[in-house]
Design a protein around this ligand. Structure first.
Ligand SMILES: *[C@@H]1O[C@H](CO)[C@@H](O)[C@H](O)[C@H]1NC(C)=O
Ligand SMILES: *[C@@H]1O[C@H](CO)[C@@H](O)[C@H](O)[C@H]1NC(C)=O
Ligand SMILES: *[C@@H]1O[C@H](CO)[C@@H](O)[C@H](O)[C@H]1NC(C)=O
Length: 243
């Protein structure tokens, strides 16, 4: 797969990402907003808090037509689960959501990433799981303008990362899914925890360009499934080993 030189480059990036996950609060973090439902402006090296809500697709819409932020009280997200993250702006990070005691299909099977209140940004709902399939790998892009979050979107690669692996099913020409019966606690042996690769784009409040998206785009061709194989709690390396 990757040449030795390339592997070394990738390992270096992984160490950077792992280090940024470990040091949650650093002195260079000047952003004092810790709630995903508040507005803020960030600069590079700040932490940025956002949330991901798991619920049914319909529950993210008002009157079946208008998609609102999960922070909006007009939505009745009664059967839902929220995860809150604080990655460092402009560092590529892999977020993980352990599904050993939380299975997304019990909460409706879709997720929306969100942040902000007056300047509310939210992604479209992404399919995660139903009783048949689960999608475990995602790329989320956070797009800023002058340090203010404008948009969150799921970046799809048209199943190119799993097209050669017959254990994956390509859903709707966009998501690599595995059968839920392959998951631990569902009769199988795979850890079906979710991995969400983050990337940042746009400009920070000093108009500096956020470039981590460029890194992810470059790395992508080497498949995100292999990318984190060196991490101890790897979610992704297991696919090559188990299947
Ligand atoms: C949603 O529906 C309710 C009652 O059916 C109505 O009162 C309300 O104005 C509608 N809201 C929007 C944003 O369309
Ligand atoms: C999820 O949690 C279970 C139980 O604590 C653990 O065995 C498993 O390794 C965790 N998975 C990941 C990817 O961290
Ligand atoms: C699960 O989702 C897939 C992809 O959208 C769909 O084809 C399938 O029918 C769904 N299965 C159930 C039981 O809802």
């Amino acid at each position: 797969m990757a040449s030795p030189h390339l592997s070394a480059t990738i390992s270096l990036l992984i160490l950077t990402a792992a280090a940024s996950l470990l040091s949650a609060v650093q002195s260079s973090d000047t952003n004092r907003v810790y709630s995903p439902c508040s507005d803020t402006k960030v600069q590079r090296s700040d932490g940025f808090t956002f949330g991901i809500t798991f619920a049914s697709r319909a529950s993210f819409f008002l009157n079946s037509s208008l998609q609102l932020s999960p922070c909006d009280r007009r939505l009745s997200l009664s059967n839902s689960q929220i995860s809150v993250f604080r990655p460092k702006v402009d560092e590529i990070s892999l977020l993980t959501i352990n599904t050993s005691s939380f299975f997304p299909d019990s909460y409706g099977g879709y997720m929306v990433a969100f942040a902000g209140r007056k300047y509310a940004a939210r992604s479209i709902p992404a399919f995660v799981a139903n009783s048949t399939y689960i999608v475990t790998s995602f790329t989320l892009v956070l797009e800023y303008k002058k340090g203010r979050l404008q948009n969150l979107y799921w970046k799809r690669d048209g199943c190119s990362s799993c097209s050669k692996n017959s254990n994956f099913v390509c859903l709707n020409n966009q998501d690599c899914a595995i059968k839920t019966t392959d998951c631990k606690n569902r009769g199988g042996s795979v850890d079906c925890s979710l991995g969400i690769q983050l990337a940042f784009s746009g400009t920070d409040k000093h108009l500096s360009a956020l470039n981590s998206w460029y890194e992810v785009e470059k790395l992508r061709q080497y498949s995100l499934y292999g990318l984190y194989a060196n991490l101890r709690d790897s979610l992704t390396g297991q696919y090559n080993k188990i299947f």
